[in-house]
Structures are given as C-alpha cells and as structure tokens.
Design a protein around this ligand. Structure first.
Ligand code: TEU
Ligand code: CA
Length: 556
C-alpha cells in the first residue's frame, strides 16, 4: 500500500465556539486554540480539523458562510489565523479547513445579488425555480425541517435550500460559480492550510428535473435526486485538477448517504477525487420512523455488521475515516459506551481502543479524550442548535411526538450534547472562559476535566496518549488486513489485523457484563500492548470484565 501521511495521521476536531475563549467574551476563538496547541501536541495528534471560522450570521453556527475569505470577528482576524497556521506547523501539526460549499449564507453577497432580478449576473449562482400551482416546485423536505424551497417575493420564484432557509444551495451547474470556489480554495492553499474537510460534498449535484420524492411523515424525500447526483464525480474530478492535485494536502469528504461502492469513486486508490470519506451508517443505527429522534439505544449487532462491512469492502480499494462522535453527534461515550460514574472511563477507553485499531484515519472530537458526556439539558431554552429547535417545533406541533418524549430524544441525540464548552479544569466555566458562555456549560466538569486527568496516570486522557503512540510503533494498525473474530457475538467486538510482519488481536467488550471468551492459544503468547484493566492474566478460557478491551501483538 502506498504510504501517505494522511493515512497515518490522527485527526482532532475542534468546534471553535466551544474550545477555548482567550478574551472572556464567552466564545471560543483562534487565540484560544493557539493557547492549547501544546496540549494537542502532547496528546499526540498531528492534524486538526476546525469547524468553520469564516464570516457568518451563525444561523447554523458557521455552516452558513457569508464571506469565504474573511474570519468571523468572534473568532479573531486573518492575522490570528496566520499565526495559528504558523504555530501549528512549528509543532508539526497540520490544519484542515471546513469547506462549506453545498450552500452559502443568504447574507453572502452572491445571494444578496442573485435574488435581486432574473438578469442579475449572480442569478445562476443559486437554484431558482417557479412554483407549482402557487406552491413549492416539489415536495422535498429540508434537513432542518420544513420544505427545501423558499418563496422569494423579489422575483416571485423559489430558491432551493437543503438545510435552513438561510442556507441557500449553490448551483454547481454554473461554471462561473465553480471557478469562484476553486479560486477561493487556491487562496486558502496558498495561505498554507493543509487540507479540507468538505461539508455535505455528496449533495452538490442535483437531478435537474427536480422530481417529487417519496412521501414520508411530512415531506417527500429528495435524497435519490441529490445524494451522489449525476455530476458529483465530474465536479470532484474537476476540483481535483483545478486545486487539490496542486498541493500536498489532505481531503475528507463528508459524504452523507455514501455506500461502500460509492466510497470507491470518492476516495479510491486512484486518487482522482478525495483522500477519504466520512460515512454515516454506523452513527445512524437505531434510527426510527422519525429518523434520529428516538430514545432507542444503538443496536450493537447492526453497528457491528456495518463496521465489518466497511473494513472488508474498502480494504485495498479506498480509504475511510474512523469516528464515533463529532459536532453533529451526541457524545460517543454516552451513545456507544456507558456514561455512568462506574463505567464512564473504562467504556471510553474501550471505545477508543476499538475505533483506533480499525483501518482508516481516526478522528477525535474535542472532549472525547477526557470522556465528556451528553449534557442532558432539562429545558428547551438551554438548546441553541437550529436542528433541535426546528424539529422540536415541527414534530410536536404536527402531533408526531409528545413534548416530553421529544425532550428525551434531544437528551440522547441532540447536537448540542457535543457542543457545550470543553472542560479544561474545575474552576469557573471549566476554565473555558471567564465570561458568560454562549451556551450553557455541562455541570459535571468538576469530575470530568483535562487538568485532573493530566496528572492521573490511569485517566482516559493518558490512555488516549498511549493509544495514539502505538500508531507510530505498529505499522499494522494502518495497513493490516482486518478479519473479524467471534463474528456472531452480540456483546463482543473482536478482530485481528495482519501483515506479513505483525499480527494484532483486538478484543472489546461492549457491555457492562462479564463475558466468557475463548482466546486462541497462539495469541496467548503475544504481547499485550494496551489494555484498559491493569494486571490481567489472559488464559484460554477467559472472563472479560465490563467494557474490557485489550490489544495483543505478535511483535516485541
Ligand atoms: O452536516 C451534514 C448532515 O448531514 C447533517 O445534517 C446531519 O445529518 C445532522 O447534523 C445529523 O443530526 C453538515 C455539518 O456537519 C453540520 O453541522 C451542518 O449543520 C450541515 O452540514 C449543514 O452545513
Ligand atoms: Ca473569545
């Protein structure tokens, strides 16, 4: 397999609003990130992906950009950003920028112009359609509730927005628009960014006849007509020729709806498009008739099938990202582990052992490395996220779910669970800010914080440092062939990774029960390179402890 730095990297995702506030206005900022570079260096990561820092009215916390070449003043200035690049590079850390080009903000100058008249030079930058019998052009429902179409009185036409109405979709059919985007990307590459995480890049090409979708609960599902639309791969290959191929950068596509076959086109070994994909299948397990709005726990058996499928089907063909949480997902220890006092730490360690021993590039979401949990807000007023607020309103007013039940769904799946500020220490606002924070803090920072974990040897944080270091010592972690072990177990996720030089045997108990397992004789001679319990003596018939995880290696 061809060696590529981004295949060997460990990525840390920063949600800038909630990472570290340097000036006491209650909002995280670029200087705050610079202050924590040494913390990140010590953790051992070598790439940082930062969620959008650009000018934005913040309808969707920055995923609605109104100027692609200006830093939002909440976060600092272009000089601050340049200092961030310089300081990160000095420490051998690369910076990925979040590229949000399926849509812009409605406050972007392109849209302000576009909506003015039919013959405005920017008209074609967005997707405008006539209504049908005084109603929207088709029945598609938007990701944040409501229709995907908004009527604009100025020209009496509708514009498409797959997300909120303040996030109009850009029209990738328009060559001039594509050229503007490539110019903007080149601008950032010249400035020294080391790559892009591409927001919902799988949605940029739409079937131009805009047919109705199959009706679900309220709206039609247009997915068939805009997920991996007809020209998606033409556009990405063009982008690759015009920008990506000119620099030694890393690219990861957030490819909602991607299948393993489709992943090969996006991120295949031929490298005509992107380096790797982010798929959603494993984080969507357990979704119900109202999508993610359910109180069901995740279904381990399905989760396991999905992970195995991705490991097997991408092997030697395409490259994958490994993640269990991010700014759109609940906290991983709450969703896939166990966030009780008894099992929080041990299950967080099990999850990272599992995730980082798979093939792919692992992503750590801020706070995951100390085992931060869901925030469990009791009041709707504490929520800030547009998705949670819109769906609460829409689903409860349509009588699809009661308010009480919806509050429970938000506690488990709402995006704000992972957006509350990082816990640095146990002082005011967990050391995140000296001012009133933009969103309410989680209350458990006295017991879960980075400072306490730094000095405690068996903390989650120190375990993360250990597991990240293993990557440097065992090449098999990134190129070994994956084979499941105890494939039908409904409690254990075990597998081997193998090259000619080395074999790893990984075992993870996803439950709080003790479970007896058989460890094949040949692995008993291996070295235990990491484990979340001390002083284990492995044996042929072995009882795994709650959430136990270990990795055995054939190498000394
Ligand atoms: O998310 C894309 C996406 O598919 C989300 O709508 C996802 O389905 C949802 O968050 C799950 O609850 C990206 C960004 O990561 C997200 O923060 C943005 O809101 C969205 O695109 C629009 O830019
Ligand atoms: Ca600030």
């Amino acid at each position: 397999m061809k060696r590529q730095w981004w295949k060997e990297a460990v990525v840390y995702q920063i949600y800038p609003r909630s990472f570290n506030d340097s000036n006491g206005d209650g909002i995280g900022d670029i200087n705050g990130i610079i202050e924590k570079l040494d913390y990140l260096k010590e953790l051992g990561i070598n790439v940082i992906w930062i969620s959008p820092l650009l000018e934005s009215p913040l309808d969707d916390n920055g995923y609605d950009i109104s100027d692609y070449q200006k830093i939002l003043s909440d976060y600092g200035t272009m000089q601050d950003y340049e200092r961030l690049l310089e300081n990160a590079h000095k420490r051998g850390i690369k910076i990925l920028m979040d590229l949000v080009v399926n849509h812009s903000s409605d406050e972007h100058n392109w849209f302000v112009e576009s909506r003015k008249s039919l013959d405005n030079p920017y008209r074609d930058y967005y997707i405008w359609k006539d209504g049908k019998d005084g109603k929207a052009p088709n029945n598609w429902g938007a990701f944040f509730g409501g229709s995907t179409w908004e009527h604009d009185p100025q020209t009496d036409m509708y514009y498409l927005h797959l997300f909120s109405k303040k996030q109009p979709d850009l029209n990738w059919e328009c060559e001039k628009l594509r050229k503007e985007i490539y110019d903007m990307m080149n601008f950032w590459c010249e400035k020294g960014v080391d790559g892009f995480r591409m927001d919902v890049i799988s949605l940029i090409s739409k079937v131009q006849t805009f047919p109705d979708g199959e009706v679900g609960k309220l709206y039609g599902d247009g997915g068939k007509y805009f997920v991996h639309g007809p020209k998606i791969h033409d556009y990405l290959q063009e982008m690759n020729r015009e920008v990506l191929s000119k620099y030694d950068i890393m690219t990861v596509g957030e490819t909602a709806g991607v299948t393993t076959e489709e992943a090969e086109k996006y991120a295949g070994n031929d490298q005509k498009e992107l380096n790797m994909v982010f798929h959603f299948e494993h984080v969507d397990v357990g979704n119900g008739p109202l999508g993610k709005w359910t109180t069901e726990r995740f279904d381990f058996v399905k989760f396991k099938e999905i992970i195995i499928k991705w490991q097997e089907e991408l092997y030697n063909k395409a490259w994958n990202s490994l993640y269990l949480g991010n700014h759109d997902q609940p906290r991983s220890v709450t969703r896939f582990g166990n966030d009780s006092d008894e099992f929080r730490e041990v299950s967080a360690k099990m999850l990272v052992t599992f995730n980082h021993m798979l093939q792919g590039t692992p992503y750590i979401y801020q706070g995951e490395e100390i085992g931060m949990t869901n925030v469990y807000f009791d009041n709707l007023e504490d929520y800030n996220d547009i998705e949670s607020l819109r769906y609460f309103e829409e689903l409860t007013s349509e009588g699809l779910i009661s308010k009480e039940e919806m509050m429970e769904c938000l506690k488990l799946r709402g995006r704000d669970n992972s957006r509350t500020p990082m816990h640095w220490d146990n002082t005011q606002n967990a050391g995140f800010s000296s001012g009133k924070t933009w969103i309410k803090m989680a209350s458990n920072f006295d017991k879960i914080n980075a400072q306490e974990q730094q000095s405690r040897e068996n903390s989650v944080l120190n375990y993360y440092k250990k597991i990240i270091k293993l990557r440097g010592k065992h090449e098999v972690i990134y190129d070994g062939k994956f084979t499941p072990y105890m494939k039908s177990s409904e409690e254990i996720f075990a597998f081997t990774r193998e090259t000619n030089e080395e074999t790893l045997f990984v075992m993870c108990n996803f439950t709080e029960n003790e479970i007896s397992v058989e460890i094949p004789e040949k692995y008993l001679e291996f070295n235990c390179i990491i484990s979340n319990y001390d002083g284990n003596t492995l044996a042929n018939s072995y009882i795994l402890k709650p959430y136990e995880a270990f990795v055995l290696s054939s190498k000394n």
